[in-house]
Design a protein around this ligand. Structure first.
Ligand SMILES: [Fe+2]
Ligand SMILES: [Fe+2]
Length: 258
């Protein structure tokens, strides 16, 4: 089974470029499942139903979120009934939406979990224990994908090692900068610290430089807008053994407009 996992899609440029790249390369690489982090899909903050539909139309089948989950109020209109979208599982009990979802790829059940880190990003419940609980509830599912949305490389590596041999893949999101450490851990879990970002290439993490620099230089509030211009696409292909769910390969797939 081949999974295509796409890093944080930022704004309209990210949505459009993701669509172009998927339409161009999906026929060639024939992924069985396409997952994307969509926490920045609408104007760089959160995701509306319109943006989610645009990603689904482009071929994305499942969407994960992160610290920007709640930035668009429209999400509350569909997160409870759209089984294709997951927000971090370690939010408190009673939070709208779901922290994991199960889909079928042919005859195989695939469990997708989203969790958020706590170092420099959130004060949620333990992501380690939240994932343990989900895995305990679903002992018969061997194809398990985890999007660990976190800032600190140490916390992400810790999660990779913590879950090695118990899930198929742990991919990091949130920093918007792809890391060069894709590997298969000794017990068969594919791992990468961060997938990177799909969206404007010449902004700062996808946002226009002007506002970001103004805030950094003046320490006064400044408006952030999604940047224009050249675009980039960051993702990995992960091949899983159909029987065991263990990873056979993880290959970064990056595209940049010149
Ligand atoms: Fe993001
Ligand atoms: Fe984030």
């Amino acid at each position: 089974m081949k999974i295509w996992f796409i890093g944080d899609i930022v704004g309209q440029p990210g949505r459009e470029y993701a669509g172009e790249i998927i339409r161009k390369y999906a026929p060639l690489y024939q992924p069985d499942l396409i997952v994307a982090n969509g926490e920045n899909a609408s104007h760089g903050r959160g995701i509306t139903s319109k943006s989610a539909e645009e990603l689904y139309d482009a071929g994305v089948e499942l969407i994960t979120l992160g610290n920007h989950t709640w930035d668009q109020k429209d999400l509350l209109n569909f997160i409870d009934h759209d089984q294709r979208i997951v927000r971090p599982a370690n939010y408190p009990l009673g939070t709208p939406g779901r922290g994991y979802t199960i889909c079928k790829v042919g005859q195989i059940s695939v469990l997708l979990i989203n969790a958020m880190g706590r170092a420099f990003i959130s004060e949620l419940d333990s992501p380690f224990r939240a994932i343990d609980e989900i895995l305990l509830e679903h002992p018969s599912i061997h194809h398990v994908l985890v999007d660990f949305h976190a800032e600190a490389t140490s916390e992400k590596l810790a999660m990779g090692w913590y879950l090695d041999g118990r899930v198929s893949a742990v991919v990091g999101t949130h920093t918007h900068v792809p890391t060069n450490d894709a590997r298969i851990l000794p017990q068969g879990t594919a791992y990468i610290t961060d997938l990177g970002m799909t969206g404007p290439r010449d902004g700062i993490l996808g946002m226009d430089r002007t506002g970001v620099l103004e805030r950094m230089l003046t320490h006064r509030p400044a408006r952030f807008e999604v940047a224009a211009g050249r675009r980039q696409f960051c993702s990995v292909f992960i091949e899983l053994d159909d029987h065991s769910g263990k990873a056979c390969s993880i290959e970064p797939f990056l595209q940049y407009e010149e």
